[in-house]
Design a protein around this ligand. Structure first.
Ligand code: FEO
Length: 397
């Protein structure tokens, strides 16, 4: 980024923005880019906290060298081995061959799998402290946030938490690096929830464990591996992660439908209108064929009510709705009120398979599925209205 940014007296942000990549992990769209954060602690002994995705910025190592300002790089501390953070390790070792790599036992197994055997390793255990001089880093193992080897480090001197993927977000750092330099709600909160729900959400139970482990630690600044550095209000982002990982949702409903010729789409509109008339205020309606699944999952994470509709397709669910339901099961999303609907022309298949999904995921189904044969003319909407009413009653509770 070539604009020095100090995070603390001796801590520097050495991350990069990536606005070129279309898909994070080759699946999640990045309309606003992403940042890979890396930090340098320039102390009596200098430590680099993680690297960046290789190819994201060819000048990254120059940037690190410039920030070192002639000092020797003593340590590379690896909080997470996913390649968006470890990608530059090989190049870093070529440039700074004496650097000692700090990680845990699981870190080093992945390191070897990616880059071959390394020497000059310093294996740390949960709770170990690395003394850099002024700064003292205590390692906090937080497995599965978001890979098995993930850990955080906490600087006991200034209360800085290097949190790995936790508290990260999609979205490049457009000028502001700190939470107090941007309008978070306007520009970042949705992208943070989309990041959480799609990348970390599957491991929500482990997020809760990590938060419990950090309770009682005085965190003054949070330095995640993606997105904003939280120096003014770190409790805000801790609170968001706590809420999301407890599946605490807002009052409202997301309607997602799959429709080929508009019949199921009409049912979706009818259900949404009926819910609104019954007093539900926050309603979002999406066509599964048009909106990327990552946004659908993020919206579903946000709201308590979920209404899914599918036409029949080769006697099954519509493939993209099937993909969404499979992903919801895979992610283990919990605690929703569910409504189902769909249409068919001869044998059906959409609603039948949505009902099977309902049994598997175990959410509370608010009413029997609404199903219409053929064109949904006036007079065929009774079950849609009943579903909408039932959802409104649950949401009002
Ligand atoms: Fe940002 Fe799990 O890597």
């Amino acid at each position: 980024m070539y604009a020095k940014q100090q995070v603390g007296e001796r801590i520097f942000w050495t991350g990069v923005n990536d606005r070129r990549k279309q898909l994070f992990e080759n699946i999640w769209p990045l309309p606003y880019g992403v940042s890979y954060n890396s930090y340098l602690i320039r102390d009596e002994r200098c430590a680099l906290m993680d690297t960046v995705e290789t190819g994201s910025d060819g000048s990254y190592l120059d940037w690190v060298a410039e920030t070192l300002d002639g000092r020797r790089l003593d340590y590379l501390i690896i909080h997470h081995m996913e390649l968006d953070h470890s990608g530059e390790i090989e190049n870093l070792l070529a440039r700074f061959p004496d650097v000692k790599i700090v990680g845990n036992g699981k870190t080093f197994k992945v390191l070897e799998a990616y880059f071959g055997a390394s020497d000059n390793l310093l294996e740390v255990k949960d709770g170990d402290v690395l003394d850099l001089g002024h700064h003292k880093l205590r390692f906090v193992f937080t497995p599965w946030v978001h890979w098995p080897e993930t850990m955080m480090s906490y600087d006991t001197t200034e209360g800085v938490l290097f949190s790995g993927d936790a508290f990260g977000m999609f979205g490049a750092l457009d000028g502001g690096v700190f939470d107090d330099q941007v309008d978070f709600e306007r520009y970042y909160e949705d992208e943070m929830r989309r990041y959480y729900s799609n990348i970390v959400g599957k491991y929500s139970a482990m997020v809760q464990k990590a938060l419990a482990k950090l309770a009682g630690t005085e965190v003054r600044t949070i330095c995640p591996l993606h997105g904003l550095v939280w120096r003014s209000d770190p409790q805000k982002v801790i609170g968001l992660y706590d809420r999301w990982s407890r599946y605490e949702a807002e009052n409202g409903a997301v309607v997602v439908y799959a429709s080929m010729y508009g019949h199921t789409a009409r049912m979706a509109d009818r259900i949404a209108r009926s819910m609104a008339q019954a007093g539900v205020r926050n309603i979002r309606v999406f066509d599964v064929s048009k909106t990327h699944i990552s946004y659908l999952i993020s919206e579903i994470w946000q709201y308590k009510g979920v209404v899914l509709g599918s036409c029949a397709y080769n006697m099954e669910m519509f493939p993209l709705m099937e993909n969404l339901t499979r992903e919801l099961i895979h992610m283990g999303v919990k605690g929703k009120y569910l409504g189902l609907f769909g249409s068919y022309s001869w044998n059906g298949g959409g609603v039948k398979n949505l009902n099977a999904f309902a049994e598997t995921i175990g959410w509370e189904q608010v009413a029997p599925a609404a199903e219409i044969k053929g064109r949904p003319d006036a007079g065929k909407y009774e079950a849609c209205d009943a579903l909408a009413e039932a959802m409104a009653v649950r949401l009002k509770k």
